[in-house]
Each structure stands twice: as structure tokens, then as C-alpha cells.
Write a protein that binds this ligand. Structure first.
Ligand code: ADP
Length: 540
């Protein structure tokens, strides 16, 4: 028997219309490329998005067209998210940190019609203009008075906005494509995840209920995580839906700029990858205090080190460790501790927070061995993590082979992460499969060693990578960044030795001034393996 309830298509613009009606006075604050602090309410944002939608139609944008963005976190970028999807086109976010050849490949592959770019990125695009499709048009995200000189024949964003009021938003199937984001192509060519209205609205609702401590009408949230990659972890949709205010940091993501902005805007919850928080914590130490109003941080994208979690918790900032990936819209887990776990002693809570949290509603997870057999959720058995759900990719854009490889007949998506799940449901990521170190037939988790090393007070950053070894296949090498006094190699290894079996310890330590980062701000182990692949280790 079927239920007798209406079926209305889920639509992204409804989120912003709802925010206008329910939280119309709540502000979006943007530290802009222009250098100013811009403020507008959700109601004003909705009106500007309507004007932008009219402008897009006037530019000839049709349903299904891919419209690219190359921009920092700011109100115009958010407006594009809503206006492009609202008229049935696809908002394709480009990551400016990608190498030029990948950027060209992605624009070509997506067949973008128009590229909206921040003034900052004009030189970057001018440099590769002659290798981009001749039909690609440009709009510069600025007012006419701030339009930089350029050879792109590009109008100013503010000039294409057509009046205020509302727009007659078209109605379409909820499975219509709404957004496109490519992985950073660290293995093979970049692959596109094509989100839909349905997946995006469901993801916003799921994030809203999962992150109630950060996303609510009393909260101001700072997405340091970029709008140009994985939908800024869903915040552009989840914040308006839950009535949280947004503070966009623009291009300046160093510790001092973030501290100042968070302090003056009284940001409650800040979201980003660990490398960003390393810099913010250094600034907090320097100034002797955290920004006013700061009480919550969401850390994901790569593992949050124990020392970082402890430092935040000790200053009264609650850490929520989250895990996800582009293909999951991206949130998969969150690490909030409900009672009675919230009442555990601090050290036990930190033991739990070091893990990557528990699944969010709508995400199914299992871990499997090399033959695809399910492994027990006992906190010890480790295997590849497979996921399934309404916000998980069912394939890759114009790349059926890659989709077939990643998704099995029962619809499980293979994440490429090696993990365990404990009997309370907490996920612990041991490594990306490609970063695990296989020594003498046994696996060594680079993340576990890194976490232990980072507890050493002299070490600011580190990475453990596999180096080929004649006898053992691979052996771990530690690359460490020590801004002050440099401890001896022996001292570092002795420091972590109690936590590991002898064969798991790195054979050598290499010191570096800094670690190379990927386009998504994570430590690039691929680059480190290239640089140190020939390193001759002392005998294991
Ligand atoms: P990219 O590879 O471009 O950075 P993603 O942002 O989609 O793309 O990265 C997803 C991957 O990041 C996951 O598969 C996992 O390996 C890693 N990751 C994400 N969050 C965490 C976390 N909290 N701890 C450890 N690894 C994480």
C-alpha cells in the first residue's frame, strides 16, 4: 500500500527562500578581495540571487549548462551557487590551487560555458587563455569600479545583476544536476562528482541535524574550507537552512587574518583542514588568547592530531572531528559526543575525538577485507571502508569506467580509505590505502605514527611516507618540521617508541622547512614520496 502524501521536488533555491522567510535578518559577512568587510542579510542575498538569475538567463545560460567559478569564499560565490542551480544549470567550482594543466583538462572536460572569476585570478586565466576553448566567456566578480584591466573581455559581476525582487524559479525534477566538483587528480585524471538538487538538499538537512552545536540561529560559522572544493563541506546550504550566520574569510587565510576576523565578528564555529588550525593555534599562542566568542571547531579533510584537539579543548573550544570526501557531498561522519560520552573525563573524550566520529544519518558504512568480506566492528579489524547513501556519488561525470571501478553491484562506493569501526560506531581512519606502508608483508599506518610524533613539543608538522626497501619492500621515513630547536633523530624515535612495535618505527628522520601541500590544503605525500623516494635508510 502506498502512502497518500504529496511529493514535491527538492530544490536548492528553496533553502535560500526559506532562510529569507525564517532568518531574513541574519547576516553573511565577507572579507572581500576588495579589502573591505561586506555585510548583507539572507533576505538581501535572496534578492541579489534573483537578480543574478535574471542576468544569467540574459547571458543565454540554459538548463544543464556548466557555469564555472574560480573564487575565494565570499557572498558573490555563494550567490552563484544558488542562482546557477536555481535556473537548472550546473555550478562547477574550480580549484585555483590545481596545476594549470589539470585546470585546462577540467574546463575542457566539463565544457564550461562561462567562467566567473575573482579579480585575483585574472592573471592565472590570462596565462592559459589561448589554451582554453575559444567559446568560453568570462565574468569578473567585482563591481565596475573595481574591475581590473584584463584581456578577457569580461563584464563586471555587479553589472550583470538585473534588478531586485524575486525570480520566477522554474520547477524541475529533483534529480536534476546542480553542482560539479572534480577530485584533485592525485591518482590519474581528475574525476567529476555531479551533485543533484535532491542530494544537496538532503545533505544540507543531514548536516543541519548532525552539527546542531555549530549550525543554529545563535551561531556564526566561518567556512575556511573553500567554496571552490567539495561545497565547503555543505555549509553554503546547511547554514542558511539552520539560520546560522556566515562569515566568509576571502583570500587571507593566515593565522593573524583569521584571528582578527573571528574576533571582530565573534565567530562561534570555524571549519577547516588541520593545516589551517596549526597556523591559527600559533597565532592564539602568540596573542595569549583565542578570538572572542570562539567555542567550536570542525576539523576534517585529513586526520586531526591529538595535540591539536587537546590544545583546542583546553582553551574551551570544542572539537568535532569529521570525515568525508568529495564523492560524499562530502560529510560522512561527525564526532560530537552526546551524553553519556560527553560526561567522560577529558582524556577519555579526547581518545574518542581522535577517531573520525560516527556516521551521519543517511550514510551506511562497512569495512571489508581484500576479498570484499565484511569485517566486524570491533575497533581492531581494519579494511577498506565502503559507503552507501543518498548523498554518495553513483558514478563520475563522463567517466563510466571510473564509476564502475569504484562502485559495486550492490551500490557500495569504495572509498580507498583503510579504517576500523568500534562497537560504539566510531570510525578510525588508519590511512588512505595508497599511503599505507607495507613492510615485510605487514601494514604500518602513517597517520598513527604522525599523531604520536606531533605530541613532541618541538615538532610543528610531520609526515610519514613509504620509502622502497630491498629487503622489507617498504620502510617508513619521517619528515619533520621543527621551527625552533631541533631534537635529535634518536630523541624523536625514542619519544614515540613506547606506543609502537619496533618494526613499525621510522628508520630515519629527515628535517624540512615546510611540507608540500595539495590543492586542497593537505600534506602532499605524493610529492614527498617523489622527493624522498631515493632516500637511503639506515638498516632496518
Ligand atoms: P582530495 O583528495 O582532493 O583532498 P577529498 O577532499 O575528497 O579530496 O578527500 C577525501 C579524503 O580525505 C578521504 O578519502 C580521506 O582519505 C581523507 N580524509 C578526510 N577527512 C579525514 C579525516 N578526518 N581523517 C583522515 N582522513 C580524512
Amino acid at each position: 500500500m502506498q502512502g497518500q502524501m504529496m511529493t514535491r521536488p527538492l530544490s536548492i533555491i528553496d533553502i535560500l527562500t526559506f532562510a529569507r522567510d525564517a532568518f531574513g535578518g541574519t547576516e553573511i559577512v565577507s572579507a572581500r578581495v576588495e579589502g573591505d568587510i561586506h555585510r548583507q542579510t539572507y533576505a538581501e542575498t535572496h534578492a541579489r540571487v534573483a537578480g543574478l538569475a535574471r542576468g544569467l538567463v540574459k547571458l543565454g545560460v540554459a538548463p544543464g549548462d556548466r557555469i564555472a567559478t574560480l573564487a575565494w569564499n565570499g557572498h558573490r560565490h555563494l550567490e552563484l551557487y544558488y542562482a546557477i542551480s536555481g535556473i537548472g544549470a550546473v555550478c562547477h567550482t574550480l580549484n585555483p590551487r590545481l596545476p594549470a594543466d589539470q585546470m585546462r583538462y577540467i574546463i575542457d572536460h566539463a565544457e564550461d560555458e562561462i567562467l566567473f572569476l575573482d579579480p585575483t585570478f585574472v592573471p592565472l586565466i590570462e596565462n592559459i587563455r589561448d589554451q582554453l576553448p575559444g567559446s568560453l566567456r568570462f565574468v569578473i566578480m567585482a563591481g565596475a569600479d573595481n574591475l581590473p584591466e584584463n584581456s578577457l573581455n569580461a563584464p563586471a559581476y555587479e553589472d550583470i545583476l538585473e534588478g531586485g525582487g524575486d525570480f520566477d524559479w522554474p520547477e524541475f525534477d529533483e534529480n536534476t544536476a546542480s553542482g560539479l566538483c572534480y577530485t584533485s587528480g592525485t591518482t590519474g585524471v581528475p574525476k567529476g562528482t555531479l551533485y543533484s538538487h535532491r542530494s544537496t538538499v538532503l545533505h544540507a538537512m543531514m548536516a543541519g541535524v548532525s552539527f546542531q552545536n555549530c549550525l543554529n540561529p545563535r551561531s556564526k560559522v566561518l567556512p575556511v574550507v573553500p567554496l571552490f572544493h567539495v561545497n565547503a563541506w555543505g555549509l553554503p546550504h546547511a547554514a542558511p537552512l539552520t539560520g546560522a550566520g556566515i562569515v566568509f574569510p576571502g583570500p587571507n587565510l593566515d593565522g593573524a587574518s583569521l584571528w582578527n576576523l573571528m574576533d571582530s565578528e565573534k565567530v562561534w564555529s570555524a571549519w577547516g583542514v588541520p593545516t589551517v588550525w596549526t597556523n591559527l593555534l600559533a597565532e592564539i599562542r602568540k596573542r595569549g588568547g583565542k578570538p572572542a566568542g570562539f567555542g567550536d571547531v570542525v576539523i576534517g579533510g585529513s586526520a586531526a592530531p591529538r595535540g591539536m584537539i587537546e590544545e583546542f579543548e583546553n582553551m574551551g573550544v570544542s572539537v568535532c572531528h569529521a570525515w568525508g570526501m568529495t564523492e560524499m557531498s562530502p560529510i560522512g561522519t561527525q564526532g560530537a559526543l552526546p551524553p553519556p560520552l560527553a560526561d567522560l573525563p577529558l582524556s577519555e573524550r579526547i581518545d574518542l575525538k581522535v577517531k573520525q566520529g560516527r556516521r551521519t544519518f543517511g550514510v551506511e558504512m562497512k569495512i571489508v577485507d581484500g576479498d570484499g568480506n565484511g569485517l566486524p566492528h570491533d575497533g581492531v579489524s581494519a579494511g577498506e571502508l565502503h559507503v552507501r547513501g543518498n548523498c554518495v556519488a553513483s558514478g563520475y561525470f563522463r567517466n563510466p569506467e571510473a564509476g564502475e571501478k569504484a562502485i559495486d553491484a550492490e551500490g557500495w562506493f569504495a572509498t580507498g580509505d583503510i579504517a576500523s569501526i568500534d562497537d560504539r560506531g566510531f570510525l578510525a581512519i588508519a590511512d588512505r590505502a595508497k599511503d599505507m606502508i607495507k613492510s615485510g608483508g605487514e601494514w604500518i599506518s602513517s597517520l598513527e605514527i604522525e599523531d604520536a610524533v606531533l605530541a613532541h613539543p618541538s615538532i610543528a608538522q610531520c609526515a610519514v611516507i613509504a620509502v622502497p626497501h630491498e629487503k622489507w619492500g617498504e620502510r617508513p621515513l619521517l619528515v619533520a618540521v621543527c621551527p625552533g630547536d631541533r631534537p635529535s633523530k634518536r630523541e624523536i624515535i625514542d619519544f614515540i617508541a613506547p606506543k609502537f612495535a619496533k618494526w613499525q618505527l621510522p628508520d630515519d628522520v629527515v628535517f624540512a622547512d615546510e611540507l608540500p601541500l595539495t590543492a586542497t590544503g593537505k600534506v602532499s605525500k605524493l610529492t614527498l614520496r617523489r622527493v624522498h623516494g631515493g632516500h637511503v635508510q639506515p638498516d632496518a
